[in-house]
Design a protein. Structure first.
Length: 302
């Protein structure tokens, strides 16, 4: 299923939302410069639709939490959510822990570093889930604005085009039609997400796509064209770390014939080597731990 954001107007979402509840979760680490405008726009424009507006602060060292609170979000530090389960840095960890502090039927995830975007991102990704009970996962895609020293181009994402989509072409060809399988704007049904293993880092979008496809099939996944998007870009060395995380996520799912047991947990780190200009090797730890399904860990919030 593919649609465009204009198909999902505020009025249409209001008319089809019914008794369903909606949470918007924004994972953030050191994003004091952009988090305020993201939260305030959602609060001002979608306040009547969004039942829970939550920022998951991923161990920030700046004023991200204070800025998000002032803008209208309910803020939780990942360190304070189920401390009995420990804590990891990483985007996936923030999304996984959000399940313990939200209760909505549909959860939409929006990145915190957006600079060119609109609240139609939220409306677009939740629309297919509210309109069609067969859809359990809705993924956004867009023209990504890449500004390198003033040279502005539109491209799909370097890790996406050089690694993620080629992998899908080889090992999940039916998903080769996914425009941006690593996009940070997506929505999912709570009763589905809580059944999935969740990588603690950047593998979360890829793992969710693969797990939903393997369990529920291609017809359970929707794509929505959100237009244009701009955000802060990472350097090539950080992207190498991201690529390793995503490859580890994919490799665990490449040849499986069944879902892992609900109580299984993957825990490991690998080392990414880099040769410097002075011909010295340095090593960077890459977290490839996966959290078990949240449904197996339901308990009180401490």
């Amino acid at each position: 299923m593919m649609s465009v954001a204009s198909d999902w107007s505020h009025g249409r979402i209001t008319s089809i939302k019914g008794e369903s509840t909606l949470a918007v979760v924004i994972p953030a680490r050191d994003e004091e410069g952009t988090i305020g405008q993201v939260v305030s726009a959602i609060a001002a424009e979608l306040g009547g639709l969004v039942d829970e507006l939550v920022v998951m602060d991923s161990l920030s060292s700046d004023r991200t939490a204070a800025v998000a609170t002032d803008a209208g979000a309910r803020v939780h530090s990942v360190a304070d959510v189920r401390p009995d389960l420990g804590v990891h840095p990483g985007k996936g960890e923030a999304l996984w822990k959000s399940q313990f502090v939200t209760s909505a039927d549909v959860v939409a995830f929006i990145d915190a570093d957006l600079t060119e975007w609109g609240t139609h991102f939220v409306l677009g990704v939740v629309g297919p889930l509210l309109a069609d009970p067969r859809v359990v996962l809705s993924r956004g895609f867009y023209d990504r604005v890449l500004d390198i020293d003033g040279d502005v181009t539109l491209e799909g994402g370097r890790v996406t085009e050089l690694m993620a989509r080629p992998w899908l072409t080889l090992f999940r060809p039916e998903l080769g039609s996914m425009v941006q399988p690593l996009a940070g704007e997506w929505a999912i049904r709570r009763n589905v997400f809580e059944r999935l293993h969740v990588p603690i880092g950047y593998g979360v979008e890829f793992s969710t796509l693969l797990d939903v496809y393997d369990e529920w099939g291609i017809d359970s996944i929707a794509q929505v064209d959100l237009g244009r998007r701009a955000h802060r870009h990472q350097n090539i060395h950080d992207l190498s770390v991201m690529a390793v995380e995503i490859l580890a996520t994919a490799e665990r799912r490449r040849t499986r014939t069944a879902e892992p047991a609900a109580t299984d947990a993957f825990s490991a780190d690998v080392q990414l080597a880099r040769l410097s200009e002075h011909r010295q090797w340095s090593y960077r730890a890459v977290p490839v731990t996966e959290r078990p399904p949240a449904s197996t860990l339901i308990g009180p919030l401490d």
